[in-house]
Design a protein around this ligand. Sequence first.
Ligand SMILES: NC(=O)c1ccc[n+]([C@@H]2O[C@H](COP(=O)([O-])OP(=O)(O)OC[C@H]3O[C@@H](n4cnc5c(N)ncnc54)[C@H](O)[C@@H]3O)[C@@H](O)[C@H]2O)c1
Length: 314
Amino acid sequence: METDPNGKKILVTGGAGFIGSHVVDCLVAKGYKPVVIDNLSSGKISNLNAHTKFYEIDITEQIQLNRVFDQERPAMVLHFAAQTSVAFSIENPSFDARVNILGSLNLFEVAKKYQVRRMVLASTGGAIYGEPKTLPCEEVDVLNPLAPYGISKMAMEHFATSYQLRDFDVVTLRLGNVYGPRQDPNGEAGVIAIFAGKMVSGEDIVVYGQGEQQRDFVYVDDVVEASMKALFGEGIGVYNISSGLGVTVNTIVDKLRSLLDWQGEVRYQVAREGEVFKIYLSSTKALNAFGWEAKVPLDEGLMKTATYIRSQIS
Ligand SMILES: NC(=O)c1ccc[n+]([C@@H]2O[C@H](COP(=O)([O-])OP(=O)(O)OC[C@H]3O[C@@H](n4cnc5c(N)ncnc54)[C@H](O)[C@@H]3O)[C@@H](O)[C@H]2O)c1
């Protein structure tokens, strides 16, 4: 369908990636034909819904970004394109900043120029608060990121606030540890996909630290729903989006072990720099503001993810 249901065009950056591609699928199911921008650095053409208009460009390229906005004139933008690895950001802080801060700024400037009405941003709940003093983390808590990735997302959030005042509405989603089909099992981020990928291939897995670190896992369909509520709602602001449950890495290993009937070994290695020990998020603000809460239980989400990864690898 060429005409979007309400006559407003939607542009998705990072729409060939893990989360972005699920968001695009949902928009297509609603009758939209989203415009997708992605440089395919980690995204894949095979993730890309056929009912999109795709531009293979980099968000750091302002001239190309301008051209797309001039051509497409989107009314609303969902921004998922990013350098997403905490570990990579520690080794390559300038690259991380170039994509996550300067790339986002490029996008904001072009959005302002072409009078975008509304922007939804993917930020991080897991890497922006630092090691929490109280749990669960709330949006009003102090931001104390331990690694360049969290710092660049924090900077993106702050820059967005200045556009919020004058140019377009901004809803920022601080996502927990998102997991589900299409997450790259060979990537740097996404412990569930990495473990499941190794287990399906019959390999041993590496756990950094003792495995007792806690994370807050949220299934990708829940994140898609939060993105839709953020995009089509009226509100603005910053919202944690996660399950609110602290789950240890060892628990994930055990659950995947029995789901995938894995016989391999866990090799424990020194904990990684820049990663918090224990974090989970309160999403009460999102519940009160736009009626969102995580619905998919961990066991169900793990089952769907494991089934998907098995279908890809075997
Ligand atoms: N997966 C998680 O657990 C999680 C948690 C918190 C926040 N986030 C955020 O959600 C967003 C999506 O993450 P994801 O897990 O789907 O990762 P992903 O790597 O699958 O998706 C990112 C997409 O952006 C594209 N991209 C990267 N750099 C680009 C650039 N310079 N120009 C254009 N496109 C570029 C990649 O090719 C990829 O398709 C990111 O902003 C990430 O920081 C993810």
